[in-house]
Design a protein around this ligand. Sequence first.
Ligand SMILES: [Zn+2]
Length: 384
Amino acid sequence: MRRCPLSSWRRDISRFTITDVHPLAADGTFGPLTSVAVEDGVIVDRPGGAEVDGRGGYLLPGLIDTHVHVDHPDQLVAALRWGVTTVLDMGTPRWDGLRALRDADDDARADLRGVSSPACAPRGTAVRKMNHPASTAVRGPGDAARWIAERLDQDPDYVKIVLEEKLPFQPKPLAPDTVAALVAHAHRAGKKVVVHAASSRAYAIALDAGADVITHAPVRDTLSADLARRVTASGTAVSPTLVMMRTILRTLKLPFTPKSLNFGQTLASTGALHRAGATIVLGTDANADDTSPARVAHGSSAHEELALLVHAGLSPSEALSAATSRAAAVFGLDDRGVIAPGKRADLLLVARDPARDITATRDVVGVWKRGVAAPVPRASPTTT
Ligand SMILES: [Zn+2]
């Protein structure tokens, strides 16, 4: 157990300097020992105010989890505790509550963005099993304008489309022309589009449609080098949600165990994307939802995902960028994701060097959201 050196730190101090830290640079490496100053929630270039002894630790921008499902404000507190200062909700049937949490903009909780309900096929899992309204099903390309107009009324930050698999005895997934129409309408409305895809077939449809982000890495097959290069060429980012895919495969209860489903393929697909130069961002699919195929903890799972990204072939520095600067750039969060003057003081201080050993991110000694210190975990997660 690690004692928090900031335990006596007052939350209302608005001007302070964290001394003796190695800050993360945009390229994912840590610089020499220096000080990082904060004033009114923003990083500034002149040291001043109260001093926080960083004790030679490693200072990262707050982590950004680009795929979570929030159904209780405490989950945003848990995320913040683990240094995840921003979370992007990727689908909730209870958007009104989440929208209120987002708009409350409370520094005691992780910053929240969301999509409201995702587009899905008629009788898709979202409407059949996950309590989303029937109106979130899209009947065809001609229904895309209606769907987007209804989403815009809800003021989401992004748009999500769920592209399910073509399986025997299952409802038909969204057709490629419907996906393309949804993406076109969303882009016209200025919204980025995240597409749920868990196979090479679904990846190809998402790319043809012009998706900005694909979430999940295939579990049913391994992406070919060709398809991975297409992802790179199209500029589409991917959040592989490795921790979720691993948890699903560990907990899956099926009448039979298809050999075609295995985590090795998910890791191999992520590795192929990385070798092809695709933009990879961190996403965990953290949720506590009974209707979800598997539960994943908020906050601590981001650290598991970092380790799994390294397992898939990213260097620790690349994994750190995936969780910070790259995630911010992909989702247009221009005010955060790097440690630089003018950026939000969303910060995570850890005791050891995560560029040498990625599991060092779990050694959390300090977290600030917009310059406000948050409580930190008492113990590191033990999994992975
Ligand atoms: Zn999800």
